[in-house]
Ligand binder design. Structure first.
Ligand SMILES: Cc1ncc(COP(=O)(O)O)c(C=O)c1O
Length: 400
């Protein structure tokens, strides 16, 4: 009898974390690595947010809180949904967790029975399929095409719906492609889901505030009110306010689901950190200029990275509207040989070559369910990015 649970054999460690660790090891051994593999803003948390945490510590807000979040944070979350998404929620329809990641995991544990299907558009965030598998469900992947900017169409979606479909997970702006659905595109997907009352939507809006080129962020429950009772919105402060280490995410949706998620949390981690919750109240209620400023910086970086990548023969990079990732295709480099005589057979070979020759860490598209592409995070300074793109160009020029 095996000591470890059989469900573990279905999953793998997060590939993005694995690559970042490998890059960190090489760096520690003295190599001048530029790591563009991590999914977090390179900025520090804004000062007003840090101060709110210090105040919380000094006034003794250092105890367990209500499992599903402090009253103050829930109030701030409710106000955020009203202000930014025109959506009304009650406190009983909100649960605060240890990052958006725990919100998603709680929701899947709360709803998945063996054999239930979860529709996941590819390229997808690496954790969705593995979480579904851990819960005994079946991930059903919908392919998207580079031509359609890695977005799925209503037809693609409808073809995958079966009587066993429990969720569609929709992540816009997307990690890894940066693709962002417009309100019109969401409405078209919503029209399909409205026809299938057993299907629920998990809208992972964690990159909400990182949209570019005047594209207005939209979320499906706002665009199609008929779906509000069937939608769980997943959001948090990690990406928008450079707070990845504070571990605050929140979910909003039907009370029955949120109660179940809170119960699961009560038997696993209880409330998230009281201090981080106080900081998140300031993030949501305090001045929002940080968001506007960082968006402009990210947009300028994106433009530079896309332009430099597209000058490289064999690489084609779409211009995504959101998040801080680009997802170029490397099809034009496949079959070429490195100076050592190795053939670049696939995206993983290219990423390994770039790590060893250019000393730049990226992530292969196959980790996100879309081979022949790779992900670059541009959450790094302009100088780093320019240097990294130049190194990639030099290494690619050596491929014959
Ligand atoms: C699409 C997506 N959803 C959720 C998360 C998790 O966010 P958090 O750090 O708040 O748990 C991430 C983090 O990388 C992400 O990229």
């Amino acid at each position: 009898m095996s000591f470890l649970a059989s469900s573990l054999s279905k999953i793998k460690p997060s590939p993005t974390i694995a690559i970042s660790m490998k890059a960190a090891e090489l760096k520690a051994s003295g190599k001048d690595i530029i790591s563009l593999s991590m999914g977090e803003p390179d900025y520090d948390t804004p000062d007003n947010i840090k101060q709110a945490a210090i105040v919380a510590i000094n006034k003794g807000d250092t105890k367990y809180t209500a499992v599903d979040g402090t009253a103050a944070l829930k109030k701030a979350v409710i106000a955020k949904f009203k202000r930014e998404n025109n959506l009304e929620y009650k406190a009983s329809e909100i649960c605060v967790s240890t990052g958006a990641k725990q919100v998603i995991y709680n929701a899947l544990v709360a709803t998945i029975n063996p054999g239930d299907e979860v529709i996941i558009p590819a390229p997808y965030w690496v954790s969705y399929p593995d979480m579904v598998l851990l819960c005994g469900g079946t991930p059903v992947i919908v392919e998207s095409s580079e031509k359609n900017n890695f977005k799925i169409t209503p037809k693609d979606l409808e073809e995958k719906i079966t009587p066993k479909t429990k969720w569609l997970i929709l992540n816009s702006p997307s990690n890894p492609s940066g693709a962002c659905y417009s309100a019109t595109e969401l409405k078209a997907l919503a029209e399909v889901i409205v026809r299938y009352p057993h299907v629920h939507v998990m809208a992972d809006d964690i990159y909400e505030h990182l949209t570019f080129d005047d594209l207005k962020f939209a979320t499906i429950a706002e665009v199609e009110p008929k779906l509000k009772e069937r939608t769980l919105i997943v959001n948090g402060v990690s990406k928008s306010y450079a707070m990845t280490g504070w571990r605050i995410g929140y979910g909003a949706g039907p009370e029955k689901l949120l109660k179940a998620m809170s119960m699961i949390q009560s038997q696993s981690t209880s409330s998230t950190s009281s201090i981080s919750q106080a900081a998140a109240v300031e993030a949501l209620n305090g001045p929002q200029n940080y968001i506007r400023e960082s968006k402009l910086v990210f947009q300028a970086r994106r433009n530079m990275v896309v332009e430099m990548l597209n000058k490289i023969e064999g690489i084609n990079c779409n211009t995504p509207n959101g998040a801080f990732y680009v997802f170029p295709s490397c099809k034009g480099l496949l079959g070429k040989k490195t100076p050592n005589g190795h053939t670049i057979e696939n995206d993983s070979d290219l990423v390994t070559y770039l790590l060893e020759d250019a000393l730049v860490a990226a992530v292969p598209g196959s980790a996100f369910g879309t081979p022949d592409c790779f992900r670059i995070s541009y959450a790094a300074s302009e100088d780093f990015l320019r240097n990294a793109m130049q190194r990639i160009a030099n290494s690619c020029a050596k491929l014959k």
